[in-house]
Write a protein that binds this ligand. Structure first.
Ligand SMILES: CC(C)(COP(=O)(O)OP(=O)(O)OC[C@H]1O[C@@H](n2cnc3c(N)ncnc32)[C@H](O)[C@@H]1OP(=O)(O)O)[C@@H](O)C(=O)NCCC(=O)NCCS
Length: 210
């Protein structure tokens, strides 16, 4: 089970430091210049070889303690199926060969409507790279692609208490948050309820026949 435990957070921070240090020690061709160099962020479409990395990244981002519903629904098929259906709307953010975030989207058209909707299904940035504008860059590129594709309205959803995401989407201009309730059903409980209901129905039938 993935969680936001201190060890994994520490590993994440170390990875960011490693990428930054590695970048600083690479020769620039201008060895006189001692100013710290800025890491380049590249936003690009996902490639087939990125799929496992993106899946594991999601495991580190959608953790049970931070976003329990996203944690439950995130799996490898989320990445593979969106990659198969909408590769142009599946983007990654890469810094020095490390993928640090991704946006996976799709479009929806309805039979009796001329409107095309864009749906941002998954957006995530590794915790140690958050608040650096990476989510914003991923979102902006995806929005550009959706506009080019004729999308007129963008939809997103997230948990009601996911304040970082809600603040992020508000800043991007999303309005009209409509409440959406997630319910869970333990299927063992469901089977017990069904068994009880069948028993009650049988009793009722027998009662009617006697
Ligand atoms: C939501 C998320 C993708 C934002 O990514 P990010 O790279 O940190 O976002 P940015 O740095 O571009 O932030 C842009 C703005 O969003 C808002 N914002 C982002 N994170 C925030 C936070 N933790 N608290 C408050 N506001 C926040 C701010 O207004 C911010 O602008 P500012 O930094 O100038 O104040 C990231 O927090 C994340 O991966 N969360 C976990 C997964 C998730 O909930 N995904 C969304 C649903 S699928």
């Amino acid at each position: 089970m993935q969680s936001g435990d201190p060890d994994s957070q520490q590993r994440s921070v170390n990875r960011r430091t490693e990428v930054e240090e590695d970048h600083q020690t690479q020769p620039t061709g201008d060895e006189e210049d001692s100013r710290p160099r800025k890491l380049e962020l590249e936003i690009r479409e996902i490639e087939v070889d990125d799929i496992p990395e993106v899946f594991h990244l999601g495991e580190q981002i959608f953790t049970v303690d931070r976003v329990p519903t996203l944690y439950r629904t995130w799996d490898e098929y989320e990445v593979t199926s969106l990659f198969n259906s909408d590769p142009e709307f599946c983007l990654v953010a890469e810094i020095g060969h490390l993928i640090v975030g991704f946006a996976l989207g799709t479009t929806v058209t309805k039979t009796r409507s001329s409107w095309k909707y864009g749906y941002l299904v998954w957006l995530g940035v590794l915790p140690e790279w958050q608040r650096d504008g990476i989510g914003g860059r991923l979102f902006d590129r995806l929005a550009e692609k959706m506009i080019e594709d004729g999308v007129r309205m963008f939809l997103v959803d997230t948990e009601a208490d996911n304040t970082p995401a809600l603040d992020f989407f508000k800043k991007k201009g999303f309005t009209n948050p409509e409440e959406h309730i997630y319910l869970t059903l333990n299927l063992k409980t469901y089977r017990q309820i069904r068994r009880k209901a069948r028993g009650a129905a049988r009793k009722h039938q027998n009662g009617n026949h006697s």
